[in-house]
Design a protein around this ligand. Structure first.
Ligand code: ZN
Length: 197
């Protein structure tokens, strides 16, 4: 049975520098079967059934990211070949790529919102104007203008089309209400901050 010290020396020999932080402080081996190795500098923890064999490392998984969160996107169950972890540049590159991907997803998600919180009052006003125009586009001759509904009773396809138009118009109305609420919220907040004695 190999000792913890032997496994630690073995892991450090295979990875003289921590794949994540580049430290040469070595690893603390733990686990019942000595399959965990944690960087003594950044705290990133790898797992491999190869560690206690002390022969060759054919695979490792990042089991825990560094204490500061570095490496989170590379955590298990993502599988990377051993050559990936041996090449510091490829690790940093993958981290950068994951970061960019995350930012793009975040950006895409926020553009789905009715408005973005960083928009100016003027931009919100413009959105309201746009929605008002949309309403007149979708809501011609219908309930919101105080007439219509007659066509809903007779012809189904016309009724469906009218319904869809109505829903579009109502959606735009809701958007206006939501944006107006934001403008009100801002007005109240700025009143609160400027009105202090
Ligand atoms: Zn490290």
């Amino acid at each position: 049975m190999v000792t913890v010290e032997e496994v630690e020396a073995f892991v450090q020999n295979c990875f003289p520098q921590c794949p994540l932080c580049g430290s040469t402080k070595g690893y603390e081996v733990s686990g019942f079967a000595k399959t965990y190795a944690q960087c003594r500098s950044c705290g990133a923890k790898w797992m491999s059934s190869d560690f206690p064999k002390c022969e060759e490392i054919t695979h490792i998984y990042l089991s825990e990211p560094a204490h500061d969160g570095k490496g989170t996107p590379l955590k298990t169950p993502k599988k990377y070949p051993i050559t990936f972890w041996q090449d510091a540049a490829s690790v940093q590159n993958a981290l950068k790529m994951e970061e960019t991907k995350k930012n793009e997803e975040k950006k895409a998600a926020s553009s789905d919102l009715i408005f973005q919180s960083e928009m100016t009052d003027q931009q919100l006003d413009d959105l309201i104007k746009k929605s008002l125009e949309e309403i007149t586009r979708w809501d011609y001759g219908s309930t919101l203008q105080g007439k219509g509904l007659g066509s809903l009773i007779g012809n189904t396809s016309v009724a469906d089309a009218t319904m869809i138009r109505e829903l579009r118009a109502i959606f735009e109305q809701n958007k206006i209400i939501i944006i107006q609420n934001e403008l009100l919220r801002r007005a109240i907040l700025s009143h609160k901050t400027t009105d202090k004695p």
